[in-house]
Design a protein around this ligand. Structure first.
Ligand SMILES: *Cc1c(COP(=O)(O)O)cnc(C)c1O
Length: 283
């Protein structure tokens, strides 16, 4: 590799990866054969200490923009600042950020408008945009490098015209009218407030609202009960999250009505109450 090559994800580099990063990032780190150092979730102090201890000549900091199981937002300014200070590339995965966060849904950079952009922004067309496939946005140098070296890209079939047209249409809609994003953000607030008023401790600035349960069997049982009552909510459990931190994960949509969200919150609270969950908080 020439001195000007981007040098990420090779044997000579070190990747610093948030402990709650999505499985696809973990697999990407493994495929790269780079040494990977995992830092505590969104903890810039820990990240800094680990960078200083490893003192890499080349490296990459990689993080979800919105963490897919907790729904919280990465500390973009902190990551970019450490990347700049220690000469590391930075990469954010916007899978749950695109079309969701920022005033007009443009993702994490819109949340932190005065922050320098990370070197790589990648995302999927499969979540808010409702299609499939994904993208990477970066400098021409990095894009050329990926086009020529990323085996998972080179040896995969390209997208069908139909899925691309669907994604493009979604992007055009998003660009033309940010009211969908405003509805989505308002709906998350409405749902969280409705749950909080029932004594259930939730908070989220994104479309992902985790409702803590604890043990795996309870999470599954609660999700099944709710399904029978007309509410589709996923039970997330080990190995997707740590043992004993099973949760329900609500995915809020722009098209939910406030009435639907309030009814869902009441039903969820009633089921949890019946199982003796959060009884200390629930009136
Ligand atoms: C869903 C998700 C992906 C995978 O997206 P696909 O389009 O299904 O491949 C990648 N990263 C994160 C953070 C995700 O949440």
């Amino acid at each position: 590799m020439s001195a000007s090559s981007p040098r990420f994800g090779s044997k000579e580099t070190i990747i610093f990866s948030d402990e709650l990063n999505h499985a696809s990032i973990i697999d990407g780190c493994r495929l790269s054969r780079a040494r990977t150092i995992v830092y505590h979730h969104n903890d810039m102090q820990d990240l800094k200490q680990k960078i200083q201890a490893a003192a890499p000549a080349h490296g990459l900091i990689v993080s979800d923009a919105v963490f897919s199981m907790d729904g919280d937002i990465a500390d973009l300014p902190g990551i970019v600042e450490l990347g700049q200070r220690y000469g590391l590339l930075t990469m954010l995965d916007e899978a749950h950020a695109t079309g969701v966060i920022g005033r007009t849904g443009r993702g994490i950079c819109e949340c932190f408008p005065s922050c320098r952009k990370p070197d790589l922004l990648m995302g999927t067309l499969s979540k808010a945009l409702g299609s499939e496939g994904g993208y990477v946005a970066a400098s021409q140098l990095i894009i050329d490098y990926l086009r020529n070296t990323a085996r998972s890209f080179i040896f995969s079939t390209s997208q069908t015209p139909a899925t691309l047209a669907a994604a493009l249409t979604a992007l055009n809609l998003l660009q033309a009218d940010s009211s969908h994003v405003a509805h989505l953000q308002e709906n998350t607030r409405c749902f969280c407030e409705a749950l909080q008023s029932q004594g259930i401790p939730v908070q989220s600035e994104t479309a992902i609202v985790p409702i803590p349960i604890g043990d795996e069997a309870s999470a599954t049982a609660v999700a099944e009960t709710l399904f029978r009552q007309g509410i589709f909510i996923n039970a997330i459990r080990y190995p997707t999250v740590a043992k004993g931190s099973a949760r329900l994960r609500a995915a809020i949509m722009a098209t939910h009505t406030p009435e639907e969200l309030r009814t869902a919150a009441q039903t969820i609270a009633a089921v949890l109450r019946n199982r003796g969950r959060f009884s200390a908080h629930i009136k």
